[in-house]
Design a protein around this ligand. Structure first.
Ligand SMILES: Cc1cc2nc3c(=O)[nH]c(=O)nc-3n(C[C@H](O)[C@H](O)[C@H](O)COP(=O)(O)OP(=O)(O)OC[C@H]3O[C@@H](n4cnc5c(N)ncnc54)[C@H](O)[C@@H]3O)c2cc1C
Length: 414
């Protein structure tokens, strides 16, 4: 009898699992269920679409034929409402039931709503799907003024969309710097200046107390906790993700702000795997539980999960240093690994547009942020992947180029 694999979610994690399963087992039944009304597209590129820099077509990755050609059953516009792990069944909003031998949950997250008055006004946007991007593009094209909330990697996309769409915007941040958990003021200042050049003004120690809608229910302004009023007929909110696990209530799966999996993407429940943003995985490099929110990492996790779902015994291990780049400015920006974790950081500002920070845990590189010069990324990521002991030589992590062999030889000589 052929095995039946059900995958919930057709993001990059779910889709790459489906592809891997099909390649490994030509006879398996493979079903992919997605709440969205379109097949896999490139979530990374939807910001470029919303900026008005890219038409729709290149954003799409798979059309429904891609699934048909591979005999993968794609169920779109279908919400999974329950998983019965005892009966090995997946239930949908339409009352359909899918039986599985192996199940993959790759449902990612949904943007957290800002819990303030007026946040349901028209013109206020959260950003995750292609549908969101279409609405953001239209709204930004019509807007003159905007506010953006959320000083992280998604918030800066919304700020860049304002810049590209000629929306004069204020970027309201809680602390004194953009992404202050990963950047010092020195590093963040490079980003602040670049935002100002795009007519996006960073406002520090701020946020949103409430939004003011007009009589038609359209946003007109954001009032910050200091009582300052910022005119806005467009608002973008990116304050985090709520992981899509509601339908797993009663399933017995271990949760911890996401689904807990081991390094093979296995959950604590037999025959159930998880991959992508939704996982709290055992990071073998970091030596502790971690979560990634990056395309490459989700793709690799999906592929590892798919291999292990097909195998008799899980053999593939997720061992990965993730990276995330920002391409909105005329200088490059890259964060890798876990730049906000660890017990120590070293950093240096080289000139007005070049800055580096490396995060270290127990003498090992675990992540970092590079602005302006990305050449050291390969060496730094190798040091992280190989878990080379850099104790006592941390300053060399700030050298112009990274000599991985020298670090390794020095560590071996000790
Ligand atoms: C605007 C934007 C820009 C980004 N830029 C970058 C970048 O530059 N670099 C980078 O590395 N990463 C970037 N990311 C993050 C990256 O896109 C994600 O890490 C990645 O897409 C996660 O993939 P995933 O498959 O785990 O989850 P998702 O892509 O979120 O897919 C999950 C899917 O599951 C579906 N689903 C959820 N619940 C159910 C249910 N109950 N029933 C059926 N279906 C369900 C959802 O509708 C969704 O289609 C960006 C993200 C966004 C939104």
């Amino acid at each position: 009898m052929c095995a039946s694999h059900v995958i919930i979610g057709d993001g990059i994690a779910g889709s790459s699992a489906a592809e891997t399963i099909r390649e490994a087992d030509p006879d398996a039944d493979v079903t992919v269920i997605t709440e969205e009304g379109e097949a896999l597209y490139n979530r990374i590129l939807i910001k470029e679409f919303a900026k008005g820099k890219l038409p729709e077509a290149p954003v799409s990755i798979h059309d429904p034929d891609w699934y048909e050609d591979r005999d993968i059953d794609l169920q779109m516009n279908t919400v999974v409402t329950e998983v019965d792990t005892d009966a090995h069944e997946v239930h949908t909003h339409a009352g359909d039931v899918y039986e599985y031998d192996k199940l993959l949950v790759a449902t990612g997250g949904t943007p957290t709503q800002l819990p303030v008055d007026g946040s349901d006004a028209e013109g206020i946007h959260h950003f995750w799907t292609f549908e969101d991007a279409r609405a953001i593009k239209q709204s930004a094209e019509e807007a003159d003024s905007g506010v953006v909330v959320g000083a992280g990697l998604l918030g800066i996309d919304l700020a860049a969309i304002c810049g590209a769409q000629d929306v004069e915007a204020h970027y309201l941040m809680r602390g004194n710097a953009w992404w202050r958990y990963a950047l010092s003021e020195d590093g963040a200042e490079i980003i602040h200046d670049a935002l100002r050049e795009k007519n996006v003004t960073p406002v520090f120690d701020s946020g949103v107390d409430h939004f003011e809608p007009d009589d038609d229910g359209h946003v007109t302004a954001a009032i910050d906790p200091n009582g300052e009023r910022f005119e806005a007929d467009f608002a973008g909110v990116a304050i985090g993700l709520d992981f899509n696990t509601e339908f797993l209530r009663g399933s017995g799966l271990e949760m911890d702000n996401g689904i807990v999996v081991n390094e093979h993407m296995q959950t604590n429940v037999e025959d159930v795997y998880a991959a992508g943003d939704i996982t709290q995985f055992h990071d073998v490099i970091l030596g502790e539980r971690a979560q990634n929110g990056a395309w490459g990492s989700a793709k690799e996790q999906g592929s590892i999960a798919g291999s292990n779902m097909v195998a008799d015994e899980p053999a593939e291990t997720f061992e990965w240093v993730s990276s995330y780049s920002i391409t909105h400015f005329d200088f490059p920006f890259l964060s890798f690994g876990h730049p906000t974790l660890g017990d120590k950081t070293v950093e240096k500002k080289y000139d007005e547009g070049t800055w580096r920070r490396v995060a270290i845990k127990d003498g090992r590189v675990i992540g970092g942020v590079l602005i302006g010069d990305l050449a050291p990324q390969s060496g730094l990521k190798q040091l992280a992947r190989r878990q080379v002991d850099v104790s006592g030589k941390e300053e060399l992590l700030l050298a112009e180029s990274i000599d991985v062999d020298a670090f390794e030889e020095a560590a071996a000589a000790e």
